[in-house]
Write a protein that binds this ligand. Structure first.
Ligand code: BGC
Length: 696
């Protein structure tokens, strides 16, 4: 008899072909576009060129911010709309916030979110989505943490570029805020002070990946300063790095209102479009600057050319607006649910989850019954329907018996239920983009603050609620809502299970039910370290106007200080178990291919997230203890095995030398693979002598 040898299914951690399929920006005939840009510019007056480099008016028109465009010249306008969790105008699919999507560690899923959000923006007649937000979570107290994916640059780049490529099937993207915008309360004035090495190694690689690999069509500059110079008029940032080093061909637009601080300095530095309106770029100011010799007509022409470039590259003059029925269509709603399910991070489970539908369940806490989609800043999305955790659990099936207790209800009989599910967390009042007027309006006279958090604990009343429930209920499960790390040390030992559900989007409640009842095994991993206490992290002062940025924050900082957080970066439990084995490393040209087999060694289907970290054993420069350099997402039936291939180029191993640029140094590199950053059992060590690579 012939023996059948079946090879394991094999998957790529990041399948470039799949991720980048259909990205219009990657299929541009640049020579032809340049010819057309020059033809147009030759026919334009100075006035017409100036019109191309600014927005139309402060308020959106039918939800869209317009910039440039000239009917007589057949030049279409840009029509921009936020943002990071879906289309901000009218009703749209509210996806889980970006930090939740970061927790999926699933790049193909993020590409699909990009596709869906881009399609909805296009169907609303927009042609630029003001997303993704890819500012590093230097500190989890950042108010806009929920809008971004991660504390780690590699992870951020992989997620960000996947969103970009998905969305650019339909519209232009605008990764933001370029750069080092990671505090909210002082965002308009703060100077992020950073040395060249940290800038290039930590704060820029994810922007570079979106621009170089994803051909992001535009970039939004940040409000803050870098080393004392506003980002909106920073020649090194906008010109030397973005254009010269990275070959960016699109346009830079300012962040709204305060993103442009000057006329000549901004235009000269490479701020191409002032948004939302030409306040600094108005006719008079520009004419005066030209007359004063501060600005030349050639520079206006250059910037107008950049503003025109993507209109031609993306053929915006011939865009067909998709039918409005794609907005909140069933596929997008299902996707929102799938993403939520895959984003939940199970942080603790003392044999209480999954639940069975025959158990009597007490659901506790006001937040269980409140749509909680995230902040009410520029990334706010309104959906026609939102399923809360309580509604989702109730809708799961008629057999489910639920008693609901509001936060101030008498818990006297809660012990009669088999298990209590407490829903606690943060809302737009405690964290988010800080736009006081908008937030006050949405809440009547009640001041809803948002902004940064200077304390990572839950509001006291919620901590008390958890402790009360835990002291009375047979078993206590806590579901945490929020956009970033929350300190849980004062109560986590008292509860049986804890799951981070972030701001889970319009379908969050259905996702909660499906995960709690075991239809889906949790597979989310933390994209931000959860400290035991804020004192374990870098200094954080939400009134600071000068902040030093260096190589260390998040897990890099904790590693260096030998601090053990409550839950490390990359951590997340599952209902099943996975074993990783047989790490094989091959080298080809300028890169490594690491192969690992992943086995579902438990009894339920689930998804594993193998993670690759690199350490530098005898480096001549100071380096972090370890850095994430690859990760994959592998779904497996019980007993199933798949091979995962992680590709890592030499560029990932370089450090940045301020005088010589990227350096691949002769030293020993330790590649370690595991399922969480603090436990990496598989290892392969390679040495580079300046010429050849040898395994140890
Ligand atoms: C935010 C941007 C946003 C813009 C337009 C600004 O306040 O910082 O992220 O895209 O508003 O809404």
């Amino acid at each position: 008899m012939l023996e059948t040898i079946t090879a394991n299914r094999s998957e790529k951690a990041f399948d470039r072909e799949k991720i980048h399929a259909g990205n219009i920006g990657l299929n541009v005939d640049h020579a032809a576009v340049q010819i057309e840009v020059e033809r147009l510019l030759a026919s334009m007056s100075l006035q017409q060129k100036i019109h191309e480099i600014r927005g139309w008016q402060a308020a959106p028109i039918d939800g869209l911010y317009y910039a440039g465009g000239d009917e007589a010249l057949k030049i279409p306008a840009y029509k921009m709309v936020d943002g990071p969790r879906g289309a901000r105008t009218g009703m749209a699919t509210a996806f889980p916030v970006a930090i939740a999507r970061g927790a999926t560690f699933n790049v193909e899923l993020e590409r699909r979110v990009g596709l869906a959000a881009g399609l909805e923006v296009a169907a609303k007649n927009g042609n630029v989505i003001l997303a993704p937000t890819i500012n590093l979570l230097r500190h989890p107290g950042w108010g806009r943490a929920q809008e971004t994916y991660s504390e780690d640059t590699f992870h951020m780049g992989a997620m960000g570029v996947s969103f970009v490529s998905g969305a650019q099937n339909y519209v232009l993207t605008s990764p933001k805020h370029f750069a080092l915008n990671n505090i909210e309360m002082t965002r308009f004035e703060m100077s992020a002070n950073v040395d060249d090495r940290s800038l290039h190694e930590v704060y820029l690689p994810h922007f570079k990946r979106c621009v170089v690999e994803g051909a992001a069509a535009s970039v939004m500059s940040a409000y803050n300063k870098i080393n004392g110079i506003y980002c909106g008029e920073h020649p090194v940032l906008l010109d030397d790095i973005l254009r010269e080093d990275w070959g960016f061909k699109g346009f830079v637009e300012s962040d709204w209102f305060l993103g442009t601080r000057s006329t000549a300095a901004a235009i000269n530095a490479g701020m191409d479009i002032e948004m939302p309106v030409g306040y600094r770029f108005d006719d008079e100011k520009i004419t005066e600057a030209i007359a004063a010799g501060e600005l030349t007509e050639e520079t206006i022409t250059r910037n107008a050319g950049r503003a025109l470039y993507q209109k031609i590259a993306f053929d915006l003059a011939n865009t067909v607006v998709p039918d409005a029925s794609v907005v909140e269509c069933s596929q997008h709603i299902e996707l929102a649910r799938e993403v939520a399910e895959k984003s939940f991070v199970l942080l603790k489970n003392k044999a209480v989850l999954p639940l069975s539908t025959s158990q009597r369940i007490a659901v506790v806490g006001d937040l269980a019954d409140v749509p909680n989609l995230g902040d009410r800043g520029s990334s706010m999305v309104t959906s026609s329907e939102v399923t809360t955790p309580l509604a989702g659990l109730r809708a799961f099936g008629d057999e489910v018996a639920i008693n609901y207790y509001t936060s101030d209800a008498d818990l006297g009989d809660i012990g009669e239920s088999d298990v209590a599910v407490v829903v606690v967390g943060l809302t737009y009042k405690e964290e988010g983009e800080f736009i006081p007027t908008q937030q006050q309006e949405s809440e009547g006279s009640d001041l809803a603050r948002g902004g940064d958090r200077d304390d990572l604990r839950l509001p006291e009343s919620q901590e008390q609620l958890i402790l009360d429930v835990a002291s009375k209920a047979k078993k206590t499960i806590v579901l945490l809502e929020g956009g970033s790390a929350i300190e849980v040390s004062s109560w986590v030992n008292e509860v049986d299970a804890l799951m981070m559900i972030w701001y889970p989007g319009r379908e969050g409640g259905h996702a909660v039910a499906r995960v709690l009842f075991g239809m889906v095994s949790p597979s989310g991993k933390l994209p931000v370290s959860f400290p035991r206490s804020i004192s374990q992290l870098v200094d954080w002062d939400i009134t600071a106007l000068d902040i030093t940025h260096d190589l260390y924050h998040g897990y890099r900082y904790l590693d260096r200080k030998e601090e053990q957080p409550e839950f490390p970066f990359g951590f997340g439990l599952s209902y099943t178990e996975f074993t990783l084995e047989g790490l094989q490393v091959e080298r080809a040209e300028d890169r490594f291919f690491l192969n690992v087999s992943v086995k579902n060694s438990g009894n339920t289907a689930g998804a594993a997230v193998p993670q690759l970290y690199v350490s530098y054993l005898n480096s001549s420069v100071e380096r972090p203890v370890k850095e994430l350099k690859g990760f994959g997402w592998v779904e497996l039936e019980p007993g199933e095995i798949a091979d995962l291939e992680i590709e890592m180029s030499d560029q990932e191993l370089c450090y940045y030398d301020p005088h010589h640029g990227w350096v691949l140094e002769a030293c020993t590199y330790d590649f370690r693979v595991g399922q969480v950053s603090d436990n990496l059992p598989l290892e392969s060590t390679w040495s580079f002598d300046g010429k050849d690579w040898l395994p140890e």
